[in-house]
Write a protein that binds this ligand. Sequence first.
Ligand code: NAD
Length: 497
Amino acid sequence: MNLIEHFVGGKIIPGSSENKGKVFNPATGEQEKEVRLASKNDLDQAVLIAKKAFESWSIKPSLQRARIMFKFKELIEKNSDELTKLIVSEHGKVYEDAKGSLTRGLEVVEFACGIPHLLKGEFSENVGTDVDSWSMRQPLGVVAGVTPFNFPAMVPMWMFPIAIACGNTFILKPSEKDPSCAIRLAELLTEAGLPNGVFNVVNGDKEAVDAILSNKDIKAVSFVGSTPIAKYIYENSAKNEKRVQALGGAKNHLVVMPDCDLDGAVNGLMGAAYGSAGERCMAQSVAVAVGDIGDELVSRLSKKAEALKVGPGMDKNSEMGPLITKQHLEKVKSYVDLGVKEGAKLVVDGRNLRLQGYENGFYIGGCLFDNVTKDMRIYKEEIFGPVLSVVRAKTFEEASKLINDHEYGNGVSIYTRDGDAGRTFASKIQVGMVGINVPIPVPMAFHSFGGWKRSIFGDSAMHGMEGIKFYTKLKTITSRWPSGIRSNAEFVMPTMK
Ligand code: NAD
C-alpha cells in the first residue's frame, strides 16, 4: 500500500515511528494509502533542520524570495490538474470545487509575490533634532501550521506562502485524513528553487501537534480546525510563549429578507449549504427566513435539494461528493436523527441515499429541516455536512439577535434589496465575515480571513496584511549621528527637543 511519508530538508524522509494512519478514497470507501504519523522525535528533528535553514533564508533579499514565489505560482498552474485530482481522491469534493479551492490558495501565493513592497517599513525624519526613526518587520524564525481536512491545499496556502516570503521557515502538519497534497506542494516549492529546509511537511496526529506546541524553537503556530482543538492550541501555544492564531468551527446564517431576489437567495443557499457536502467552515448551514417568506423559501429549496446530483467527485455530473470518512458520515446522520427527535420538520431526508457501484462510499443526500428553533442542538452545534436548517424570524431585528447570540461568528450573509437593511446588518452584526447578496463571503487573499467569537482564538486573522504582521516582529530604530560635541549623561526621560 502507498505510504505517505514526511518531507523534510528538501526531500521525502521516512519517519522513525511505526504509527500509521489510514487514508481513504471517500468516493469508493476504500483505503488506498497509509500515512506515517510522526513521533515527537521526528518533529524535533525537522525543527532543527528548519532552524538551520532560517539562518540563510531570513537574510535573503526579499526580491529573491519573491522570485521563488513567482516560480511556485507558475508550477501550481502547470500542475493544477494533478493537485486537484489529489484533493478529490482523498477529500471527495467535486473536481471543479477542488480546483476553485486551489485557485483561492494560489491567490495567496500571488499576494506573497509582492513581499518586497509588503515588507516596506516606515521612516520619520527628525523625530527630535537630528534624530531619525524608522521601523522594520523581521521574520520570527521557525513557525508551524496545523491544518484541517476540508481544504488540503487552500488552508495550508493561507499560511505558508506569506510565512516563508517574510523570511521564516515552516513546518506544516496537514490533516492526516488527506495529506498527499501538502507533500506535492512541498515538492513544487523545491522545484521552484526554495532552499532545503525552508518548507517541511511532518505528517501526524495529536502526538505531532503536541510536539509542535512544546518545541521551544517554534515561535508561532497557525491553526485551522474545530473549536475545541483551536482553544487547546491557543492555550498551549500561549503557555509555551508562542504567538498563535487559531481559527475554529462555525455555524453560519444566511438571512433571507422578504424583499430579496428569492431565486438569487435560493441558488446562493444551495451552493453555500450543499457545496463540498457542507464541509466548509463558510458553509451556510442556517437560513433565517424573515417575515412571511419562509413557506415559499422552503418550497423552492426542497425541490432543489431533492434534485441534488450526488456522486463521485471525478464525475462531471456530480454537484456534491461524499463526506470525508465513514465515521463522519455516521456523525452527520446522527445529527439528522437528532433533529427529528428535537421536533424540527425534516423536509428532505438524504440519509438513505445509495449509489449504484459506490455502495461503500461515504455518501449522504442533501437534508433540509424547517421550523428549527434556537434551543435545538442541530441549531447550536456545527454539523459539517449537507444539512440546512431553516429558522423563522418575524423581523430583521429578531434575525440579527439570533445571529449575535450564537456562540460562533465566522461568516454570515443577508439577501435583500433594501440598502438600509444591508448597511445596518454590515455595521451591527457580530460576525467576522459578512456577505450582502453574496452567499459565501470568503475574503480575497489581499484582505484577511477570520471569524469572531468562538470561531477564532487569538487576535490575528489569516493572510492579507494580518498575515504579514503575524509572521513578522516589529523593530523600531531611533538614531542620531552626532558630530563634534558629545552630550552629557541625561537622567530624565528623553523627550523631543
Ligand atoms: P480537527 O480540529 O479535528 O483537526 C484539525 C487539525 O488538528 C488536524 O491537523 C488534526 O490532526 C489536529 N488535531 C485533531 N485532534 C487533535 C487533538 N486532540 N490535539 C491536537 N491536534 C489535533 O478539524 P477537522 O475535522 O480536520 O476540520 C473540520 C473543522 O475545521 C470544522 O470545525 C471546520 O469548521 C473547521 N474549519 C475552520 C476554518 C476557519 O477558517 N475557521 C476553516 C476550515 C475548517
